[in-house]
Design a binder for this molecule. Structure first.
Ligand SMILES: CCCCCCCCCCCC(=O)SCCNC(=O)CCNC(=O)[C@H](O)C(C)(C)COP(=O)(O)OP(=O)(O)OC[C@H]1O[C@@H](n2cnc3c(N)ncnc32)[C@H](O)[C@@H]1OP(=O)(O)O
Length: 194
């Protein structure tokens, strides 16, 4: 069974999402938003190393190859890892809106088992925006963009300020980010250039 709950139905005053004029061009790789992110960071040995690429409008594609470290059952991807891949892909959409947002709700359907060694081809798009609320949807297919549908998700992201991370993140990691001028510049650009 699939289909999102009432909590993920955009309200009547929701509007269509608008791609930010400074969003990466269609086809461009988005790059990691944080080196140690479990979803996309190159500094996480057992992370997903998911690579997202801008699409048309407020959409993107992403790929993730299931590694032995991602198993739940023998030889199969753990469902939580697959949910992470969907979450990360959906979160990457916010680069196209140039908005900082975190997952408020994520509803996932697991339709087919995903073996270790499989590359999951993900597609995501923002469907509606209502104030700070960003509604989006994603699919993951086996072996190719036209392959069998294995997972899908609907989600609500909520826009936050950079202070969200500064206030709640562990001091050690926050300080390390604060000491990295490139990271600060990248993040602040979202706030002063909405
Ligand atoms: C450095 C940069 C790097 C960028 C970093 C990017 C990281 C991306 C990583 C991938 C994505 C993640 O995993 S992010 C990590 C996982 N997520 C989190 O840690 C978020 C934890 N939750 C929270 O911090 C909070 O609950 C928030 C921010 C989501 C919402 O709190 P808030 O700011 O006080 O806002 P609040 O008033 O409660 O909610 C605003 C509106 O959203 C609705 N809303 C909120 N939550 C829900 C919900 N679960 N289901 C339905 N609706 C909800 C409310 O009803 C309300 O609607 P209305 O009354 O206005 O109609």
């Amino acid at each position: 069974m699939s289909g999102s709950s009432a909590a993920l139905q955009p309200p009547a005053d929701a509007v269509k999402p608008v791609r930010h004029p400074d969003a990466p061009a269609p086809g461009e790789l988005l790059g990691a938003h944080y080196e140690h992110c479990f979803g996309c960071g190159p500094g996480q040995p057992h992370g997903l190393h998911l690579e997202a690429r801008a699409g048309e409008g407020v959409s993107l594609t992403a790929e993730f190859t299931v590694q032995p470290a991602h198993q739940g059952a023998p030889g199969l991807a753990h469902g939580g890892v697959l949910a992470t891949a969907l979450d990360e892909t959906l979160g990457s959409l916010n680069w196209l809106l140039r908005t900082i947002a975190v997952t408020g709700r994520l509803e996932t359907d697991f339709l087919r088992p995903v073996p270790v060694g499989t590359t999951l081809y993900l597609e995501a798009e923002v469907t509606a925006v209502a104030g700070r609320k960003i509604y989006c949807t994603a699919t993951g297919r086996l072996g190719g963009p036209g392959g069998p549908l294995a997972v899908r998700a609907d989600a609500l992201f909520v826009e936050v300020k950079v202070d969200h991370f500064v206030d709640h993140g562990r001091q050690e990691e926050i300080q390390a980010v604060m000491n990295d001028p490139d990271q600060i510049r990248r993040t602040r650009a979202f706030e002063v250039n909405p």
